[in-house]
Ligand binder design. Structure first.
Ligand SMILES: NC(=O)c1ccc[n+]([C@@H]2O[C@H](COP(=O)([O-])OP(=O)(O)OC[C@H]3O[C@@H](n4cnc5c(N)ncnc54)[C@H](OP(=O)(O)O)[C@@H]3O)[C@@H](O)[C@H]2O)c1
Length: 301
C-alpha cells in the first residue's frame, strides 16, 4: 500500500509517522496490512496544499492508495483574524487534495473538528447532527468537510477535538509550562469537550483507510470534561496540586481576551460511526492522558 501524509510536521502527522515506523500505537499494533506500507511524509515546504497547480503537479508524479491530510491552520484565534488565509488552508487545500485523489482513485482522509458545531445544546453530538460553527476556524473547517465530500466520495471526514501529541504545541504542554513558570493558571470551566490523544486518533485513522466505509466520523477519547477539569488532571498527573487551577467562565475569559474567537460551550462528540464500522477503541481521556504524561519526557519534540 502506498500512503501520503500531508502536514507531517504537526502533532497528528508526527504520531502517524511514529505508528507507521514502529508498527505500534499505544492502544495496539497497527493493522498487519500496513506494516510494509510505503509512506511519503510532506509538509508545506514540499507542497503547499492551497496551490492547486502544485497539488496537481505533485499527484501527476505520485500515485497513492490513500492520502491522510493532517495539514491545517489550527490556531483558532489566528483564524479569526485571517479567515481568508484559514479558508485557503482549511477548505481549499483539502478540496485540492480530495480532487487529486479522486482522479487517481485514492482514498482521502480529511481531519476536522468539534468546532463545526455551535455548542448550544448539552450532550454529545453524533455525525448526523446539524453543524453551525461560531468561529472562523469552525467555518473554514466545515467548508473543508463539504468540499472534500463533494470532490471525492471515497473520503473519510474525521472530526476530533482538544488534540495533543508529543511533537508540537498543545494545551497540555502550555498548562505544564504555566505550572512550572507561574505556579498556576486561570482556565475556562464552562466549555465541555473530549481531550484526545493524537496517538489514539492516528491508530483509528490507519484502521479506517483499510475500509470502504466512507463518510463522516467522530473520533475522540471517551469521556467529557471542561478545560478546567482537564487542566486539573494535567497538573495533578505532573505532581502539582489541582488547587493551582483557578476556574473562570467563558464570559470572564472573553472580557479579559477580547480578540479571542468564540468557542462552543458543548462540543463533546460521540464516536457513533466508528462504533458501527471498525469499532470504537478510543480510551477514556484520563487513561490516554496518563500514558502521555508518562511518555512526554522521552518523546517530547
Ligand atoms: N489541535 C487541535 O486541538 C485540534 C482539534 C480538533 C481538530 N484538529 C484537526 O486535526 C488536524 C491535525 O491537527 P494538528 O494539531 O496535528 O495540527 P498542527 O500541529 O497545527 O499541524 C498542521 C501542519 O500543517 C502544516 N500546514 C499549514 N499550512 C499548510 C499548507 N498550506 N500546506 C501544507 N501544510 C500546511 C503546518 O505547518 P506550519 O506549522 O509551518 O504552519 C503544520 O506542520 C487538523 O486538521 C486540525 O484542524 C486539531
Amino acid at each position: 500500500m502506498k500512503i501520503l501524509v500531508t502536514g507531517c510536521k504537526g502533532q497528528l502527522g508526527n504520531e502517524l509517522r511514529r505508528l507507521l515506523t514502529t508498527g505500534m500505537a499505544e492502544i495496539g499494533p497497527i493493522p498487519a496490512e500496513l506494516k510494509d506500507a510505503e509512506v511519503d511524509y510532506i509538509d508545506v515546504e514540499e507542497l503547499d496544499i492551497t496551490d492547486a497547480n502544485a497539488v496537481d503537479a505533485y499527484f501527476a508524479d505520485h500515485i497513492y492508495d490513500a492520502v491522510i491530510n493532517c495539514a491545517a491552520m489550527t490556531n483558532v484565534d489566528g483564524c479569526e483574524q485571517m479567515e481568508d488565509v484559514a479558508f485557503r488552508v482549511n477548505a481549499l487545500g483539502p478540496e485540492n487534495l480530495a480532487r487529486a485523489c479522486a482522479a487517481q482513485g485514492a482514498k482521502f482522509v480529511q481531519v476536522s473538528t468539534d468546532y463545526v458545531f455551535p455548542g448550544n445544546e448539552p450532550g454529545e453530538r453524533v455525525e448526523s447532527d446539524p453543524t453551525g460553527p461560531i468561529s472562523a476556524y469552525g467555518r473554514t473547517k466545515r467548508a473543508g468537510e463539504r468540499l472534500t465530500l463533494e470532490a471525492n466520495p471515497r473520503s473519510f471526514v474525521v472530526r476530533t477535538a482538544w488534540l495533543y501529541g508529543y511533537v508540537g504545541k498543545n494545551f497540555v504542554k502550555t498548562m505544564l509550562r504555566l505550572a512550572r513558570e507561574r505556579g498556576g493558571m486561570t482556565v475556562v470551566d464552562d466549555q465541555l469537550g473530549n481531550p484526545t490523544s493524537a496517538n489514539d486518533l492516528a491508530y483509528e485513522l490507519l484502521k479506517l483507510i483499510l475500509t470502504d466505509d466512507f463518510g463522516i466520523y467522530h473520533c475522540t477519547n471517551e469521556g467529557i470534561c471542561s478545560w478546567a477539569q482537564f487542566t486539573r488532571a494535567i497538573v495533578e498527573g505532573a505532581g502539582y496540586s489541582p488547587d493551582i487551577v483557578t476556574p473562570c467562565t467563558s464570559d470572564e475569559y472573553a472580557a479579559a481576551n477580547p480578540q479571542a474567537a468564540r468557542r462552543p460551550l458543548f462540543s463533546a462528540l460521540k464516536n457513533e460511526h466508528l462504533e458501527q464500522t471498525i469499532g470504537n477503541e478510543m480510551r477514556p481521556w484520563q487513561e490516554a492522558l496518563a500514558t502521555y504524561l508518562k511518555n512526554l519526557p522521552e518523546l517530547e519534540g
